[in-house]
Unconditional design. Structure first.
Length: 425
């Protein structure tokens, strides 16, 4: 333990901001490379820990065994982003080989007593900027050296979603008669997925309230849309307040992330892109106060890794030829993963039994076809954690129905550069 800052906010409640502490001990559930944060807490007091990721851990007095000492050492590790998962060798695959999409993984351990099960339930609050109501709780189990996730069938509670709920209700009530609720396809009006990324927030407010006013004032974008959409006027919504309209776009933004709609998928860039409205500086989100403002809440009862996750929809999945990677030569400490570009999904590759230089996705080694949501783009990250730390990142691969054979050669060096490169995925 290097630093420990304690702020007393009441006599019985402590908030601790932890520091990083590298842990070298290993059990199946203490992973190599995991970035454990250490906390010292007073055993018989209610305590709230805040991890460096902003995760809040609410521990009631006497959750841990106080017989040995009054102060106990806790260690906490979490992986919220794709980069965190790659560094810690945590993946988003369930015990049947299905792809999961993670809302965050974490683990809490009582180092003083080394107990497996806690005496009281601990509430955990994980910050998220995507509120996905389909998430449920998974726990880890080890299979051939890989942690896979088992669904506990317990739902995750979502907090701070009042505006979102309101926006959803208004969208359903007023907009879906003309705009497709999937946000992906055109109807009477255009698809609205990711519209907040392509239109100025003030413009969205004004256009939604009264598009006819904008058209009459000669707004070039409104005029362009009108002629692109067969001169059908959109209904005016004078009755909606600014906040209500913002809530609708907060819902559209969140739903676009939940549905994994890629930025280039909805064609704002090809309709009315000649009027100069689509510029990067216009990407000023209408949702200034909603970044990271939601929380997933769950309960922890033991020291196992927990994952807030949901099964990726397979409705529009296709049977495709497995993705087969061939390395240009043998490498010693190879790690290869596939990460989805628009979703928190990280799937490991494993060597095939026949040829150690040929890799297939974990669980698909013996399959002739795999389920894959076509249209998704992935990045393939391969690294050799040996002395030179060589790596390569293949960007933007879109799997085909047939023939997904790729050859990989590692051509960059240095762990620091690698860690920086995966942050951007
Ligand atoms: C009666 C059908 C109708 C309803 C109801 C409707 N819209 Fe529209 N909307 C349109 C049409 C048609 C257009 C194309 C532009 C035009 O004709 O002015 C459009 C365009 C838009 C655009 C511009 C898209 C772009 O490319 O910039 C946004 C944003 C939008 N609508 C949001 C909404 C919202 C939010 C609601 C609900 C509060 C809503 N619309 C309700 C028909 C409708």
């Amino acid at each position: 333990m290097k630093n420990l800052y304690a702020i007393y906010i009441s006599i019985s409640l402590l908030i601790l901001i932890g520091c990083q502490d590298n842990d070298s001990g290993r059990t199946p559930f203490i992973l190599a490379g995991s970035e454990y944060q250490s906390f010292e807490v007073i055993c018989d007091r209610d305590t709230v820990l805040i991890s460096k990721e902003g995760i809040r851990v609410k521990i009631e007095a006497n959750t841990f065994d106080c017989t040995k000492s009054r102060m106990i050492q806790l260690s906490f590790a979490a992986a919220l982003t794709k980069a965190d998962m790659i560094r810690n060798k945590l993946y988003t695959i369930d015990d049947k080989g299905n792809f999961l999409e993670s809302g965050g993984m974490f683990q809490l351990q009582d180092k003083t007593n080394n107990t497996e099960t806690f005496k009281k339930l601990i509430e955990i609050e994980i910050p998220t900027n995507t509120a996905n109501s389909m998430m449920s709780k998974y726990i880890a189990q080890e299979e051939n050296g890989v942690l896979v996730w088992k669904n506990t069938e317990s739902a995750i509670e979502l907090a701070n979603t009042q505006n979102l709920q309101n926006g959803k209700a208004l969208f359903m009530q007023y907009c879906t008669s003309c705009h497709n609720p999937t946000l992906r396809y055109d109807m009477t009006g255009p698809a609205l997925g990711n519209v907040h990324l392509f239109r100025d927030s003030t413009w969205l407010l004004e256009f939604t309230r009264n598009s006819v006013d904008l058209i009459e004032a000669g707004d070039t974008l409104a005029l362009c849309l009108l002629s692109a959409w067969s001169h059908a006027h959109m209904t005016s919504f004078e009755q909606l307040s600014d906040q209500e309209i913002k809530n609708i776009y907060e819902f559209i933004a969140n739903e676009s992330r939940v549905q994994g709609i890629a930025e280039e998928e909805v064609k704002y860039l090809t309709t009315c892109d000649n009027v100069g409205q689509i510029r990067s500086e216009l990407r000023n989100p209408i949702l200034t106060n909603s970044t990271n403002s939601y929380q997933y809440i769950t309960i922890l009862s033991d020291r196992n890794w927990v994952n807030i996750d949901h099964l990726l929809f397979t409705e529009d999945a296709n049977q495709i030829d497995p993705i087969v990677l061939k390395l240009d030569k043998p490498y010693e400490q190879m790690n290869i993963v596939m990460v989805f570009e628009d979703r928190n999904i990280v799937i490991p590759f494993v060597p095939t039994a026949e040829n150690q230089e040929v890799y297939k996705l974990f669980y698909s080694e013996s399959k002739s076809k795999i389920n894959f949501p076509l249209g998704e783009k992935v990045d393939i990250v391969a690294y050799n954690a040996g002395a030179d730390f060589e790596y390569t990142i293949l960007k933007d691969y879109q799997p085909n129905k047939t023939d997904n054979n790729l050859t990989l050669s590692l051509n960059k060096k240095g762990k620091t550069k690698f860690l920086k490169a995966i942050e951007g995925l």
